[in-house]
Design a protein around this ligand. Structure first.
Ligand code: ADP
Ligand SMILES: N[C@@H](CCOP(=O)(O)O)C(=O)O
Length: 327
């Protein structure tokens, strides 16, 4: 379960005393998530989420993530809002980790993805991309080409333990991506991890987005590629063109994609597949024995990468009309 850092009652009570939230009624570790320690904190003012930031979330990036959530909430995007203490500060320290309390978002993430979920996602993603246009803070994407090379180098000596010839596959893919990575596409702040477990629904409607801790500046269309990989494959590994069409069509009703963005999607999907293959592979090879968190399967993303390697253009996704299918 994703609670890496335990908090004692004394530490928690001293921490909460810095807010105007009343007394703590309960505080339970949340099993989901892999990056940070999360707790469902119930106080006399209601439910909140307490997050302690762990290894991959760098302290110097936290003002960007918190500022982004505040900016998005201000623009009407349903997302958690950092809660300030009586001193006006949201970011503080608890049990030796940077920590914040954010507002609780009602809803459930979808366990069985339907094309309708993908349509809702497309609308929300495009709204997010429009909403960040005037967000002034920047954070370069540490998990783009240079970051992938770094991770691939660290995994190389043991990669073939996970899949035959994986080391050579990674090297060849990195070279191909370096030679073909698009340039000059519309850029801005992207979520960069908008997987189903970070998107909440209430009934049929999307109710909010969470987990902005990989957000960064990159091509906006790269965020779509991340979503195509995370939402538009079936458990048997097949690509579901209907889901991708729903995603693209809804997105484009809010923010139309340029021909260059559409043409770049196959390479962006390859890059996104490699990115999640590499972080999962790194975690797979390096998770401490006995850790509660079960690392995610890197091979799922190797299969997605192999699929995209066969794609020569949008037609191979059955998206040659640019996803202009009418929902
Ligand atoms: N603001 C929130 N409102 C409601 N639940 C939340 C909120 N933030 C996180 N959660 C819960 O905590 C889980 C893990 O959160 P997440 O941000 O994905 O963690 P991690 O960064 O460790 O992956 C989510 O799946 C959800 O159940
Ligand atoms: N979405 C990533 C892992 C990051 O986990 P999250 O719990 O922060 O969404 C993956 O699937 O590899």
């Amino acid at each position: 379960m994703a609670v890496y850092t335990e908090v004692t009652d004394d530490e928690l009570n001293a921490f909460i005393a810095q807010y105007d939230l009343g007394a703590v009624l309960s505080c339970k570790g949340i099993a989901e998530g892999v990056e940070n320690s999360n707790f469902l904190l119930v106080t006399e003012r209601g439910p909140f989420i307490l997050t302690l930031y762990e290894k991959r979330t760098r302290r110097e990036d936290l003002p960007f993530f918190l500022g982004l959530m505040e900016h998005l909430a201000d623009k009407g995007i349903a997302c958690p809002l950092p809660v300030q203490g009586t001193d006006g500060l949201a970011l503080r320290e608890l049990a030796g980790r940077p920590a914040v309390i954010v507002t609780f978002l009602a809803g459930m993430w979808p366990r069985r993805i339907t094309p309708h979920h993908c349509a809702e996602l497309g609308t929300a993603l495009a709204r997010l991309h429009l909403a960040v246009a005037d967000f002034r803070m920047e954070r370069p994407n540490a998990l783009s080409l240079d970051g992938w090379k770094d991770l691939a180098g660290k995994c190389a000596p043991r990669a073939d333990e996970v899949a035959r010839d994986l080391r050579a596959t990674l090297e060849a893919e990195l070279a191909a991506l370096e030679a073909n990575w698009p340039a000059g596409l519309p850029s801005g702040v992207i979520h960069a991890d908008l997987f189903p477990d970070n998107v909440f629904f209430r009934g049929d409607g999307l109710s909010g987005l969470i987990d902005f801790y990989f957000a960064c500046n990159d091509f906006l269309a790269y965020d779509i590629a991340i979503c195509m990989n995370a939402w538009c494959f079936e458990v048997d590994g097949s690509f579901n063109a209907t889901k991708a069409r729903m995603l693209l069509t809804s997105y484009q009703k809010v923010r139309p994609l340029s021909p260059a963005e559409l043409a770049a999607l196959p390479w962006l999907c390859r890059g996104s597949a490699l990115r999640f293959l590499l972080t999962r592979l790194y975690d797979w090879l390096n998770h401490p024995p006995g850790a509660f968190v079960r690392p995610k399967d890197p091979l799922e993303y190797l299969r997605k990468l192999r699929f995209h390697q066969t794609v020569r253009g949008l037609g191979d996704y059955a998206l040659d009309d640019g996803g202009s299918y009418q929902v």
